[in-house]
Write a protein that binds this ligand. Structure first.
Ligand SMILES: [Zn+2]
Length: 140
């Protein structure tokens, strides 16, 4: 288990709460939460569609939520996945790029964890920086 502070706990709990609202057709529940440049926490969940590729991941939903409130930078993100359907919580490649695009700097933390029966499994928490997870981001 990674050592985490109050800000990581707060984000994980917000992501867990958002995960309950995931809109599923065939996949698994994911919740995410960011601390944005205004200091507020914004949450999101995955939203699926019958049309492949039309739905959105929780991470991008969360960042869009922060943007909706006038933020263009995030300082940290937490992602929680339902353990009953997915064992290794990790943002997909598209979301890693999206997180990088909105990251305050390449050192922002990406905190991941599994959830089971409505609780964070704190022994599964991992903390990495976005540059560790995406060392070669797309840039123009
Ligand atoms: Zn994704």
């Amino acid at each position: 288990m990674a050592k985490i502070g109050e800000s990581e706990k707060k984000l994980l709990e917000a992501a867990l709460k958002a995960m309950r609202n995931a809109y599923l057709l065939w996949g698994f529940r994911v919740g995410a939460a960011v601390i944005a440049e205004d200091g507020q926490v914004y949450e999101g969940c995955n939203v699926e569609s019958w049309v492949s590729g039309l739905g959105t991941c929780a991470e991008r939903c969360t960042i869009n939520h922060a943007v909706l409130h006038g933020n263009h930078k995030i300082e940290e993100i937490a992602v929680v996945m339902d353990v009953n359907s997915h064992k290794k919580p990790m943002p997909c490649g598209a979301c890693l790029q999206y997180i990088y695009d909105f990251a305050e700097n390449p050192k922002i933390k990406v905190v991941t964890a599994n959830a089971e029966n409505g609780r964070i499994q704190f022994e599964t928490v991992k903390v990495k920086t976005i540059e560790e997870l995406l060392p070669f981001p797309f840039r123009k």
